[in-house]
Design a protein around this ligand. Structure first.
Ligand code: PEP
Ligand code: MN
Length: 346
């Protein structure tokens, strides 16, 4: 980190600042020029608050050389993180998996039927919302506790692990038998929730917020990891842009960028990223081609009558077709990766 001080700062204030920085266990190198004094700060600088420094009277500018996230940073963890569920599901490092199911759990028959159908199509993980974050308080809010019970029944019937969204800390005891806890886009910066999820030993699928940068996204992952839970899956689900033809805009370049910035697996949600069922397959193909580690797709047995997000939900047949098509793309994505690694090792 480089701190440029203003012209001729009072010595006692400079000494005070250096003392404060040293108290954070970082090293400070002072270079004094004719007009400017520059402090080079090295060591574990993620604990240094740049906003606080920028506000000091004697500080002209502050520049970070190193990213503020450490646990999620590929620089400190060059190998891909692989998250294992049971002994036959691996998420990350090139093993591509499909998570699929309805936006919300509606009835026992619905979730069990969809679970069987997505399993038959090749999904390894069943999704289903029990607690639903809805824009309108008058829309269906999910079956809540009963929704989780029904998901667990579908899990028992099919053997598929389950992923479902947590909206509030108070719901955590209900998630004991849930395999992956989803943190939705609207909660990406619910820091108290993230901190608490850092203390459980369960994979967390963290969705990118509607208007968050990749650095903010990784800082949220950092909140979970700093607590000791390293099993974080990053989910790109589209962001808000000026385009209204789609529900959100899938940030396709975020996928290879996140893989470069972090060692965590990257999962793509083509359903919320587009909001339109017809776009789900082509966008999924693109996500696979640029190196995603998996997809989370909304599938409903009767999309026209779904209680939530029917417009973007695939029917089971369309999902099967998506799996078949994406499966053909994955080997190409691998081949590209392998060829690149092979060339780099020569
Ligand atoms: C969902 O997965 O059903 C959901 C609400 O997603 P997001 O948080 O990405 O909007
Ligand atoms: Mn949904």
């Amino acid at each position: 980190m480089i701190i440029v001080l203003k012209d001729r700062p009072p010595k006692n204030q400079v000494d005070q600042l250096i003392g404060w920085l040293k108290g954070l266990h970082v090293d400070v190198h002072v270079s004094e020029g004719t007009h400017h004094t520059i402090l080079g700060v090295i060591g574990e600088t993620s604990v240094v608050d740049t906003a606080f420094l920028s506000g000091l009277d004697i500080v002209e500018s502050v520049k970070r050389i190193q990213e503020p996230y450490k646990n999620a940073n590929r620089k400190f963890h060059p190998e891909d993180t692989v998250i294992e569920l049971g002994n036959n599901i691996r998420l990350g490092s090139g093993s591509f998996e499909f998570m699929a199911g309805p936006c919300s759990v509606e009835t026992e028959e619905q979730i069990c039927l969809v679970a069987h159908l997505v399993k038959k199509a090749g999904a390894k993980i069943l999704r289903g919302g029990a607690f639903k974050p809805r824009t309108s308080p008058y829309s269906f809010q999910g079956l809540r506790e009963r929704g989780i019970k029904l998901l667990l029944e579908a899990k028992q019937e099919t053997g598929l692990p389950i992923i479902t969204e947590i909206m509030d800390l108070s719901q955590l005891p209900l998630f004991e038998d849930v395999d992956i806890v989803q943190v939705g886009a609207r909660n990406m910066q619910n820091f108290e929730l993230l901190k608490e999820l850092g203390h459980i030993q369960k994979p967390i699928l963290l969705k990118r917020g509607l208007a968050n940068t990749l650095e903010e996204f990784l800082m949220s992952a950092e909140y979970i990891m700093a607590g000791g839970n390293e099993q974080v899956l990053l989910c790109e689900r589209g962001i808000r842009t000026f385009e209204t033809a789609v529900r959100n805009t899938l940030d396709i370049s975020a996928i290879p960028l996140l893989k470069k910035m972090s060692h965590l697996p990257v999962i793509v949600d083509p359903s919320h990223a587009t909001g339109i069922a017809d776009l789900v397959k082509p966008v999924s193909m693109a996500a696979a081609a640029v190196g995603a580690d998996g997809l989370i797709v909304e599938v409903h047995n009767d999309p026209a009558h779904a209680l939530c997000d029917g417009k973007q939900s695939l029917n089971p047949k369309a999902f099967e077709d998506l799996v078949r098509t994406v499966d053909q793309i994955i080997p190409y994505a691998f081949r590209w990766k392998e060829r690149k690694e092979d060339n780099e090792s020569r």
